[in-house]
Design a protein around this ligand. Structure first.
Ligand code: ADP
Length: 636
């Protein structure tokens, strides 16, 4: 039994290929986690790094509380089952299963007990004397599972174990592996390219594409709330239908207008989380609807049925939108539609039918980023504002504009994008709470302004119909004027370029528990060197840099990143990097000082500094993250 933690794991192969990028997940004890994605997306590489069969380029891997990056595979207390079974052909099933235990010098009686118990569990008792070649694929895979089982590992890793089996056996083994997981009460990590396996077996699924995690979620959440078009298309068969559309809001309804000018109408209430920008026909949107969420109707989209597949209990109809006879040309991909209906529905090739989506099941994605427009917590709400002669009018309230806004965009018409976390309790604005939605442990409030909503995260005390009073953190908003960016959100992270250095000192060992206690030993101290000033780094970061970057680490430039809140300002030159304050940025609630050290400028929180002040900056070593500037990768 064990929990696992993968923290910013990267794999860059020797040929420079970046197979896994910034993979992070906390896996709880007893979870059944599935890595799924198309071939080459980095699933096996990740699994092999967990097993210890592949080195981890950067990032930390914990099994339980132990950092295991450099631990030998045999010491990790995990067992791996491969697609190829990897059985020893010259050994019997019994010997194959006993092999690992013999290597660990367990008493023969104990080995026998374990093998028999596993064989019973997997229903292969009668084959114990056979050699693998005299067994079917399914039986061999059971032996491979048995060999893992007898070791009583903390974690089971399974790499496409069912790929070599036929469809029927696969379905059967799926159930058996799920049962085995329940019985063993152990953490399972399972790799597959088959979304059906993923959906039926996983307690949580990691969907990957080209080395990047796309979404980590339960099967139902992936199905119902895919984060992007890729996940939406990958999960579910037949695949979700996608159409290029534009949206047009008219009061309480939104028209979804297809490329061939056909139209459906949805209630605005269901789409109120979609940013207003998308609702006036000028932005391209992808409409997604699963075949099982379309129904034949009187007034839906017109389409011609071009093929019908009868599967016994259900029937899949393929059609062409637009109601025109099919011309069999390959162009116009965007008009094809798949509908799943129950068997017995009267639907035939050549029929002209009308179909409608089930309103609660629609998906919309941005046409460029392909990210959902219906995320549970909207990334921002956008409203227009006006600023003139230092006065800001926003949400019908006029205030003295924060100095930074006046400076950058005085006398302009503005659009302000307010993320929910930029709204904090206060007294400047007040809007009625129209609705509250509980999303995990958060409360999303729909604050009514005109005929639209401003979304805010609120505490449990706030109730529907309350008048909610708040302030806006203008340093957390994005301000545009005529689509030109005037102000962007201030990021709490600062990043500085610098080199990396090591110092070797001879010191007397003061650690009483050390074998070299009281002797003179060599000790290494590692530094980031930023504008000629040394910042101490953790010793373990130093060793990691060495391990990952080799001796190149002393020649390269790195990006050192820290949170603004961890920056310490001292008045002693010896303690820090000398900077001078070159500007003060006043955003109302929050203020910042822009400081400069030679070539590099960065922001710190303002504590009554003035332009021209000289400050000394320090950042504790344990708060500094190091990124490669060579490839985009967090080293430690
Ligand atoms: P998956 O298991 O999702 O099919 P892999 O993890 O096996 O994908 O591979 C991810 C990517 O890394 C692929 O593009 C593959 O070609 C590449 N790759 C795998 N092994 C190596 C290697 N030893 N050297 C270089 N590239 C590799």
């Amino acid at each position: 039994m064990a929990n696992l933690k993968l923290s910013h794991i990267y794999k860059v192969y020797d040929n420079g290929h970046k197979a896994v990028n910034d993979f992070s997940i906390d896996i709880a004890d007893k979870e059944f986690i599935v890595f799924v994605g198309p071939s080459g997306c980095g699933k096996s590489t990740t699994l092999r790094m967990i097993a210890g069969l592949e080195t981890i380029t950067a990032g930390d891997l914990f099994i339980g509380d132990t950092l295991v990056n450099d631990m030998e595979p045999k010491d990790r207390d995990i067992a791996m089952v491969f697609q190829s079974y990897a059985l020893y052909p010259h050994m019997t099933v019994y010997e194959n299963m006993a092999f690992g235990l013999r290597n660990r010098h367990l008493p023969e009686a104990e080995i026998k007990e374990k093998v028999l118990e596993a064989a019973k569990m997997l229903d292969i008792e009668e084959y114990l004397d056979r050699k693998p070649k005299a067994m079917s694929g399914g039986q061999r895979q059971r032996v491979a599972l048995g060999r893992a089982l007898v070791r009583d590992p903390k974690v089971f890793l399974l790499d496409e174990p069912l790929s070599n089996l036929d469809a029927k056996l696969r379905a059967q083994m799926r159930t058996e592996i799920t049962k085995l997981h329940k019985k063993l009460q152990t953490t399972f990590i399972y790799v597959t390219h088959d979304q059906v396996e993923a959906m039926t077996m996983g307690t949580r699924i990691v969907v990957m594409k080209k080395g990047y995690v796309q979404q980590i979620d339960t099967p139902m959440n992936l199905y119902n709330e895919p984060y992007n078009k890729f996940v939406a298309g990958f999960i579910g068969t037949p695949q979700m239908n996608f159409f290029n559309v534009t949206l047009n809001r008219i009061n309480d309804i939104v028209e979804v207008i297809f490329e061939n000018d056909s139209k459906i109408v949805l209630p605005y209430e269901k789409l109120s989380k979609i940013h207003d920008d998308y609702l006036h026909g000028s932005k391209k949107v992808i409409f997604g609807i699963r075949p099982e969420h379309l129904v034949l109707s009187e007034d839906g989209l017109e389409c011609v049925i071009t093929n019908v597949e009868h599967l016994g209990n259900e029937c899949i109809a393929y059609g062409e939108l637009g109601g025109v006879e099919q011309d069999f040309s390959l162009k116009d991909e965007g008009n094809k539609i798949i509908v799943k209906v129950i068997e017995g529905t009267n639907i035939n090739v050549g029929d002209k039918v009308r179909i409608s989506p089930i309103i609660d099941k629609v998906h919309f994605f941005d046409a460029e980023t392909e990210v959902t427009l219906l995320s549970k917590i909207p990334s921002y709400s956008k409203f227009s504002a006006k600023i003139s002669e230092g006065k800001l009018t926003f949400l019908d309230v006029e205030i003295d504009a924060p100095a930074q806004l006046t400076r950058v965009c005085d006398n302009k018409n503005l659009d302000i994008e307010v993320p929910p976390y930029a709204i904090v309790r206060g007294s400047t604005y007040s809007l009625k709470v129209d609705k509250i939605e509980k999303i995990n442990d958060k409360n999303l409030a729909y604050l009514q302004f005109g005929n639209r909503y401003l979304f805010a995260l609120v505490d449990d005390e706030v109730k529907v119909n309350d008048s909610y009073s708040f302030d806006i953190l203008f340093d957390k908003v994005k301000v545009t004027s005529d689509n030109e960016i005037c102000l962007e959100e201030i990021n709490d992270q600062i990043s500085l370029l610098g080199t990396f250095d090591k110092e070797e000192l001879r010191e007397v060992d003061t650690d009483e528990s050390s074998p070299t206690y009281n002797k003179t030993i060599r000790k290494y101290y590692f530094h980031a060197v930023i504008e000629n000033k040394k910042f101490s780094l953790l010793t373990e970061s130093g060793y990691k840099m060495n391990a990952i970057e080799g001796n190149n680490c002393y020649k390269r430039t790195y990006k050192y990143v820290a949170n603004m809140n961890d920056v310490e300002v001292t008045d002693s030159e010896s303690d820090g990097l000398r900077v001078s304050v070159v500007d003060i940025l006043d955003y109302g609630v929050n203020k910042y000082a822009l400081v400069q050290a030679n070539e590099q400028k960065f922001l710190i929180k303002n504590k009554n500094y003035n332009v021209g002040d000289v400050l000394f900056i320090n950042i504790p070593g344990d708060k500094i993250s190091i990124y490669s500037t060579n490839i985009d990768m967090k080293i430690c």
